[in-house]
Ligand binder design. Structure first.
Ligand SMILES: Cc1ncc(COP(=O)(O)O)c(C=O)c1O
Length: 429
């Protein structure tokens, strides 16, 4: 197979940086190597770039596109909605329709408030928790990601508890107390001074870790004991680990659930769903819930169509995707064992994390073993073989992935793992 050429993507990036900082609209997208490929067209889970290279997509919009890039149900719903006019920032029937549907699908969702992104939904959840408890302190777990706002955009990498980027106000996280995800013993430090505990119930961002046995149950017991609002950030796990998300899969119900990504059917959305009594201040209008684009008709129509489709197909779709993810990981682990390459893969539901530098992690505490540079070389090698994964080694599976796609992906993974045997080429000074 000839090596792909990225001439046009390179030229685009060079020109784009003139007026578009870093040449992209979200920094991680600009970190794809050898160059961020410019995607011209997407159908199902297949992408074509500006140079005509084709890829099987496992980024799926960084998670939302569980039904792929061109689901019929979403296209039809958005087209219908457009024909009625944008109606941005009006009161429209799509709002209550999606809130009603969520109450049927997500076990703890008695009421839902909509915003435009997952980041905003997290902030609204914290505000609701503080209003409901009259307290300020928030417990956050290291390496869990909850969006890019200063207060919670901290402690993203192992061994680093501070702000995740320059330009943040360190004072914004003064009321945030850090814990280690999965460590049940540390939960004893929670007491009646905390407004909320927020966590990824399955830690997808740190590297696809399922909760250790008893961990979520322990968080539930101790938060209930001290009247602390338990917030599950299900921006990724919502509608990905099953129709009812992680809370249904693991059988532990939070007080508030943050949703985003898949909920919007591919269009921008965020939501806080939760217990009626905790949502009380939003329901009375005492707590200000603002945003011009909140509940915009196109996103809500796309979300309603996507969630309805998922509900209709949940019994077959989720087991199929989970089995495909498990098989992909088994292939990587068998290849790594057979060839002696230090690499491994682990799934949670239909999310898969590739790691280089280690033959397996016992838990989130082993993350320091991971060779991040080698993991990114692995995804580079995949890109060159037509497999588009997140540069940090995360791969999302979606409904349109079929056996032919998976066979191609297994072959590409085998070859990409082989490339890890060759020492990296040193870049110039
Ligand atoms: C768990 C989690 N929470 C919140 C967010 C923020 O969502 P958004 O990017 O829509 O602002 C993300 C984004 O990846 C996420 O993974």
């Amino acid at each position: 197979m000839p090596a792909p050429v990225y001439t046009r993507s390179r030229a685009y990036r060079a020109a784009a940086r003139t007026h578009l900082p870093f040449g992209v609209s979200s920094t991680p997208r600009g970190r794809q190597t050898p160059v961020p490929v410019v995607i011209e067209e997407a159908r199902g889970v297949h992408l074509t770039d500006l140079d005509g290279n084709r890829y099987i997509d496992f980024t799926l919009g960084y998670g939302p596109l569980l039904l792929g890039h061109t689901p019929d149900c979403v296209q039809a719903a958005v087209t219908r909605e457009m024909a009625r006019g944008l109606r941005t920032a009006t009161v429209h029937r799509g709002e209550a329709a999606l809130a009603d549907l969520l109450a049927e699908c997500v076990p703890s969702a008695e009421q839902t408030a909509f915003v435009t992104t997952g980041t905003e939904a997290v902030q609204l959840a914290l505000r609701i928790a503080r209003a409901a408890t009259g307290r300020l302190k928030i417990a956050k777990f290291r390496a869990n990601y909850h969006g890019w706002i200063d207060n919670l955009h901290i402690a993203g990498a192992p061994g680093h508890d501070g702000p995740d980027t320059i330009g943040q106000d360190p004072a914004a996280s003064a009321d945030i107390v850090l814990f280690d995800w999965g460590d049940t013993a540390q939960l004893a430090a929670l007491d009646g001074s905390f407004a909320a505990v927020i966590l990824e119930p399955a830690a997808i961002n740190p590297g696809c870790f399922a909760p250790p046995p008893g961990f979520l149950e322990a968080v539930r017991v101790i938060t209930r004991e001290h009247g602390i609002v338990l917030v599950f950030d299900e921006v990724i796990t919502g509608f990905r680990l099953g129709l009812g998300g992680a809370q249904q899969r693991y059988g532990v119900l939070p007080d508030l659930t943050v949703l985003g990504k898949v909920l919007g059917g591919g269009l921008p959305i965020g939501a806080v769903a939760g217990r009626r009594d905790i949502m009380h201040d939003v329901a009375t209008g005492r707590l200000l819930h603002r945003g011009t684009f909140n509940g915009n008709p196109l996103s809500l129509a796309a979300g309603f169509a996507a969630v309805s489709h998922l509900r209709a197909h949940a019994a077959t779709l989720y087991p199929r995707l989970d089995a495909m993810a498990g098989a992909l990981c088994a292939h990587v682990n068998a290849q790594a064992a057979r060839t002696g390459v230090a690499a491994c893969a682990q799934p949670v539901g239909s999310a898969v994390q590739l790691f280089a530098g280690t033959r397996g992690l016992n838990g989130i505490g082993d993350l320091a073993q991971v060779d991040r540079a080698a993991t990114s070389r692995l995804t580079d090698a995949l890109l060159q073989r037509g497999i588009y994964a997140l540069p940090r080694g995360l791969m999302y599976l979606g409904a349109p992935h079929d056996e032919a796609d998976m066979a191609t992906t297994r072959q590409a993974l085998s070859e990409a793992l082989e490339t890890l045997r060759t020492p990296p080429v040193r870049q110039g000074p």
